[in-house]
Design a protein around this ligand. Sequence first.
Ligand code: SAH
Length: 342
Amino acid sequence: MLPGTLPADELTEWLSTTDSAAVMKLGRTFPHVREAFERAGVLDRALYVERATTVGQRTAPLADVDPETVPYFSLALLPSPLTGELPGAEPDPGGGTATGQVVVVGLGPGARYWTTPEAADALACAEVLIGYGPYLDRVPANPRQERFPTDNRVEAERAAHALGLARSGRRVAVVSSGDPGVFAMAAAVLEVAERPEFAGVPVRVVPGLTAAQAVASKVGAPLGHDFCVLSLSDVRKPWDVVLDRLRHAAAADLVIALYNPRSKHRPHQLGEAQQALLEVRAPETVVVVGRDVGGAEERLTVTTLGDLDPETVDMRCLLIIGSSQTRVGPSGLVWTSRTYPG
Ligand code: SAH
């Protein structure tokens, strides 16, 4: 950080020996600051930023700025040569910089405010976004970024595509909904990253709010005590395993958050799951159905295991099956006691 009020020689000396710099206090000092950048031989990669983040924001190559227009609320930036191409420059078709990485980001369950600041930062820093189309649509447009929307199923190809781009130097964000580690892309990326051709490609996972938390908070605190998270999908595990895990979780009297509860391809399984649970759990067991929580079609239903109608459930729903200690309070809010009998 250098003040523009420094004597020109000193400023030149700093700029010619540093990797990156920010020069503040421009205004009247601008002509000699610009000259210092020129004499240090770095004017061609210097940037100018005025009134950053306000409606009056202006950015430009430092070399193009008319000194007459420079206010006090501005600064000159010397990005490190390692930053790669400057914004607006043609991308290097070979993509050869040392900055390539894959960051796996979760957007949260639907509402914009459920995307964490860390996830928003990671998305903003990416050059390439890869993910299921409707998830990418939730990320604010950025003309600097390339986007590759894909089908929801091709997870391994999507991961390989991301890792390949990162290997050639691109900063890639793989976008999931909710938390990327919960029935989403993070494990898929790590699995593909084990292939020898992707050795050394950095992968980072940024957490997100998962749908179970969002649904739970909308109705109260049903996850207030021990709970488990299961996916009813049998795409990646046999249906027998799903039912077996469900029976064990029910027998252990855990609260169960059920993801992927019912798809068009397997409409009968939720009914079977319900019967398996009813073998162990009372029909009065509290059940919460949250649909599109945080989104435009949000719907929350509190029912019981006996009354649950699988026909009302689709893939945009998440179910919370209460434990024996889950109850509906006088206010209508659902909660699970933190104390267990005995
Ligand atoms: N990674 C996501 C889960 C992906 S699996 C997460 O952490 O939330 C997809 C399933 O998540 C859906 O079938 C549904 O069960 C649940 N889900 C995701 N978003 C939801 C929302 N806004 N409301 C209700 N359920 C949701």
